[in-house]
Design a protein around this ligand. Structure first.
Ligand code: PMP
Length: 387
């Protein structure tokens, strides 16, 4: 029989997070701090609207771009929160931020193009870009830069083929953020070199220091930005699979065709739930954010006691522990923690080569679980004379 699978797919590596997760299945009584998924139930008034929509018989397709009411609500939410102005023709409701990333790439990248993204970076960014045939160019994030993109360093990576700069702030896996001042410098470069920015702001509502700034809100940036956001993180709605992408109409109207033919529309009941989230979910976000902040502070104080250096994250729900001083690779250290301390934390290298020397700890877990995990880590370090 012929080999039916194309080379680009064969060349993709399986997700480093999943691989590590699979390995951990055999470890009994382990505590996992590995998943990037909120541990809260979806607030009931949001779920109820989803259920209610089914009861009312809304079990059919919506318009391909998503319910008009929802797109309009997304526009007013973005205006209210981040002062970016879109109209409903500039929005597509997607199956999570995940589909939005893929749509952005498939609409704007092809063989011969280059896209710049950070290393470390979220696991789907590179593989999805490679499927378009584009070349991926990595910007190496530095802890000493607080994991921000620095303009001088960025400019050195730009060639005549560079088309897209992918931004993800607040950042997974580092917890870094970029404020308005930082983003203005990046915006200037994007304008100078005529680049499109794909800005994945899925963690925007989980910003612990200052206010989140969307690069699309800066002068002359809306026309060269595809803004991605969603409901998974802010409203704890990962399983509803709901997100959106906004951008200039000339790009969105072309992108629409890929979404229309490939997806039809995002799940209808999820769209009704999303509408309720945007209208009445501000307090839920605040409640969850306060809880994440408590957890983050707790982890940071325990890490300090143990002398494990860690950048104080300003957004998302991850701590990026610097374990380089212990003399193990990230993978070796994470494996030892898994087997000996029964704590599962993802090696930084799952997010790219530059993640070497780091571990990503997700604090989307209860304070009790975090306490137990940190007790186990402390015991492990003491028993092995590592502290
Ligand atoms: N972007 C980033 C940075 C993420 O961490 C995630 C989820 N872990 C996503 C996008 C995708 O989220 P979803 O498809 O659930 O909206």
């Amino acid at each position: 029989m012929k080999d039916f699978v194309i080379n680009k797919v064969k060349a993709l590596k399986p997700s480093g997070i999943r691989r590590f997760f699979e390995m951990s299945k055999d470890v009994k009584d382990a505590i996992a701090l590995s998943v990037g998924e909120p541990d809260f139930d979806t607030p009931w008034h949001i779920s109820e609207e989803g259920v209610y929509s089914i009861e009312k018989g809304y079990t059919f397709y919506t318009s391909n771009a998503g319910l008009l009411e929802l797109r309009e609500e997304i526009c007013s939410w973005l205006k209210r929160k981040y002062n970016v102005s879109y109209n409903s023709n500039e929005v597509i409701v997607t199956i999570g931020g995940s589909e939005a990333i893929d749509l952005a790439y498939r609409t704007c990248l092809e063989e011969g193009d280059e896209i710049i993204m950070t290393d470390p970076g979220y696991v789907s960014y590179e593989p999805c870009a490679l499927l378009t045939g584009a070349k991926v160019v990595k910007y190496a994030l530095e802890e000493e830069d607080e994991f921000k993109i620095k303009p001088e360093k960025l400019e050195k990576l730009i060639t005549p083929k560079t088309k897209i700069l992918l931004l993800n702030y607040p950042n997974n896996p580092t917890g870094g953020i970029m404020n308005e001042e930082d983003l203005r410098l990046i915006a200037d470069i994007c304008i100078k070199h005529d680049l499109l920015v794909v800005s994945d702001e899925i963690y925007s509502e989980l910003t612990y220091e200052g206010k989140h700034c969307s690069i699309a809100s800066l002068p002359h940036m809306k026309e060269r930005t595809l803004l991605i956001n969603g409901f998974s993180k802010a409203y704890s709605m990962t399983g509803w699979r709901l997100g959106y992408i906004c951008g200039p109409e000339n790009i969105i109207s072309q992108m629409y065709k890929i979404h229309q033919y490939g997806i039809m529309c995002a799940p209808t009941s999820s769209q009704f739930a999303g509408l309720e989230a945007l209208r009445n979910g501000d307090d839920d976000i605040l409640m969850m954010k306060e809880e994440y902040l408590k957890r983050k502070n707790y982890i940071m104080s325990r890490l300090k006691e143990m002398n494990i250096p860690c950048y104080n994250p300003k957004g998302a729900f991850y701590c990026f522990l610097n374990i380089s001083k212990f003399g193990y690779t990230s993978e070796q250290f994470a494996l030892r923690l898994m087997k000996e301390a029964k704590v599962i934390i993802i090696p930084g290298t799952a997010f790219g080569e530059r993640g070497e020397g780091f571990l990503r700890l997700s604090y989307a877990y209860s304070l009790d679980e975090l306490k137990e995990a940190l007790n186990r880590i402390e015991k492990f370090l003491k028993e092995n004379n590592l502290i």
